[in-house]
Unconditional design. Structure first.
Length: 185
């Protein structure tokens, strides 16, 4: 099969089902299920920081939730930090969880929307930190979230989950605001 010809035909005939106005219509809405063998997704309750393991101090949850809420209110991003054991497919789990929540609607559609960010911390795993970045945060790249992960890594490796979450949330807030020039109000 001539793949170049196929790609050209798809482009000439109007793309792969994308609407003419090029707005996001939820083409990943089917990728919202819990990966097989992983724990159920927790419902987003009263906090952007969810501790399903019981390792975080209430003051950490309160402080970091306030930062995440401010990011949402300011239209910067919608950020979730989930501390969860038993996740076998962390990349899939984090991405599907964000889609399941409909995360990332803080920015207007004109700005691109889909600016969700899921940080998954797995205390029972070797690789303890996983991130899933929404399509609307295209400038928040591996370089940026890699620095966040590096700064939090020692804390999670020594089971200091409070400092890990604090570092993840404060550095994500600072980095994303700098990238997108969204000042704190």
């Amino acid at each position: 099969m001539n793949y170049k010809a196929l790609i050209l035909a798809v482009l000439l005939l109007g793309g792969c089902g994308q609407p003419a106005d090029n707005t996001w219509k939820g083409y990943d809405k089917n990728n919202t299920e819990v990966p097989k063998g992983d724990p159920s997704f927790p419902v987003l309750g009263t906090s952007w920081v969810i501790d399903k393991v019981g390792v975080l101090d209430k003051s950490t949850i309160t402080k970091c939730d306030a930062i995440c809420e401010k990011m949402k209110v300011d239209g910067v991003a919608e950020v979730i930090v989930l501390v969860q054991n038993g996740v076998k497919k962390p990349e899939e789990y984090a991405t599907h969880y964000g889609r399941w929540l409909g995360l990332g609607k803080a920015a207007s559609t004109a700005e691109g929307g889909q600016n969700g960010l899921v940080w998954l911390i797995r205390p029972d795993a070797d690789e303890r930190i996983t991130v899933s970045v929404g399509r609307g945060l295209t400038q928040f790249t591996t370089v940026d979230y890699g620095k966040v992960m590096d700064a939090a890594r020692d804390y999670v490796n020594f089971n200091n989950f409070d400092m890990a979450v604090d570092t993840i949330v404060t550095m994500s807030d600072k980095s994303i605001r700098e990238i997108y020039k969204k000042e704190k109000k």
